[in-house]
Design a protein around this ligand. Structure first.
Ligand SMILES: [Fe+2]
Length: 412
């Protein structure tokens, strides 16, 4: 049986005058649509292409003509609204009309489900073979928790691509490959970036750069693991848990960290990178001098701190150190042993990650790929569009919020 429209999307009554359509919905809300807006929004083949564009001349001459509404009616088992003008007749999807009325729709938007977690939380582990069947589950986990785990992953580029391609095109990183090899293979040291990846404990960080680069998700796939002496563990921490604990313990520190940016990204000092002139950057992993430039000043970004600022910054550094203790607190962190065939995909806007030290006898290789923020965003748009069950012509041009509303228009 076809799923039933929820009350906010069911039309209770229609009324109109020459310049306005008014819809009363089953949830009691009313929406008003000006005639000029309706004419500008028609989705008929006469004016609108299958790929989502208006025929410019035909559409412009249509909307520039003054033509009052002469009749409205329900159609398609009350899902659509038919509108008749003197010069044309068109059909509008009712759910789509409801979603357009954003002044009325705050209550229709679901709160993004966020679950704070700590060391005791039990994460679901997905099997690689169900990555598409359970796509919405693990994508939602990346919002709800910030990380999703897989087992049964081909320990190769195929496995990495198999996960990343569920979302979209991997982030372009280094020509000619977008895959970073993270290895301890002593026979292949040349390929390893020793400056930023040593066998020491790897501190908590995010993979996005400290300037506004668009990496959103990272995916690690273990392709080889042998640890005869001591295991190497990966750690994840929920930033929100760490921040919430800090807020409760020291509100002043929380306030400082809320107003002065903290970046938990790693930096590569041997390439030029842009930075904002008045941000303070912290570097856990490298002692090499910062080489970068200030886009505004076109010169070395020396930061001068006045005496007054220095007093503030002293407190700020203390607050920052307090936050680091929250990240390092074993009570907050999830510990995973990423053996061969396991993978973790994580949301750099939500979690920090780290790794324990690597024993010299360990052979361990992981490959790492990224997804950009826009790819992540687009995948959600497509997912919402598919869930809505609406024809593409109603999805084109919808905001993210409108698509989210439309995805939830039917009873589950
Ligand atoms: Fe990392």
């Amino acid at each position: 049986m076809a799923a039933i429209l929820r009350a906010p999307f069911r039309i209770a009554a229609l009324s109109y005058c020459r310049d306005l359509l008014k819809i009363t919905w089953q949830d009691g809300a009313t929406s008003e649509f000006p005639n000029i807006w309706l004419r500008g929004s028609v989705r008929d083949p006469r004016f609108f292409t299958a790929s989502g564009q208006y025929y410019q001349n035909a559409h412009t001459s249509f909307i520039s003509k003054e033509s009052p509404i002469i009749r409205v009616g329900n159609a398609n088992e009350n899902e659509d609204v038919d509108i008749e003008w003197e010069d044309h007749r068109s059909s509008f999807n009712g759910s789509w009309l409801r979603a357009q009325d954003m002044q009325n729709n705050d209550l229709l938007r679901k709160e993004t489900e966020i679950t704070l977690w700590d060391a005791n939380f039990k994460f679901p582990v997905y099997n690689y073979s169900e990555r598409m069947a359970k796509l919405e589950h693990w994508l939602s986990d990346l919002r709800r928790y910030g990380v999703a785990f897989f087992e049964g992953v081909p320990p190769s580029q195929e496995g990495l691509d198999g996960i990343l391609h569920c979302v979209g095109q991997p982030f372009q990183r280094v020509h000619p490959t977008n895959t970073l090899v993270v290895a301890t293979d002593k026979t292949n040291v040349e390929a390893i970036d020793r400056d930023v990846y040593t066998t020491e404990q790897h501190p908590f960080h995010i993979d996005a750069a400290y300037y506004d680069v668009l990496i959103r998700l990272s995916c690690l796939v273990t392709t080889r693991y042998s640890a005869p002496t001591r295991d190497t563990f990966n750690y994840w921490v929920d930033n929100l848990t760490a921040i919430e604990k800090l807020r409760q313990e020291d509100p002043e520190a929380y306030e400082l960290l809320s107003t002065i940016p903290v970046r938990f990204s790693r930096k590569r000092m041997d390439v030029q990178e842009e930075c904002d002139p008045y941000l303070y950057h912290f570097d856990n992993t490298i002692e090499r001098k910062l080489i970068s430039f200030d886009r505004a000043e076109r010169r070395h970004p020396t930061v001068y701190i006045s005496n007054k600022q220095a007093a503030t910054m002293k407190k700020f550094y203390e607050a920052y150190n307090l936050l680091l203790t929250k990240l390092d607190d074993p009570a907050n962190r999830q510990t995973f042993l990423l053996k061969e065939g396991m993978a973790a995909i994580f949301n750099n806007h939500r979690v920090c990650h780290a790794r324990s030290e690597i024993h010299p006898s360990t052979e361990r290789c992981l490959i790492l790929g990224f997804l950009g923020a826009e790819t992540w965003n687009t995948r959600w748009r497509v997912l919402y569009g598919e869930k809505s069950g609406l024809d593409d012509k109603w999805l084109y041009g919808c905001s993210n919020e409108q698509l989210e509303i439309l995805a939830d228009r039917k009873e589950q």
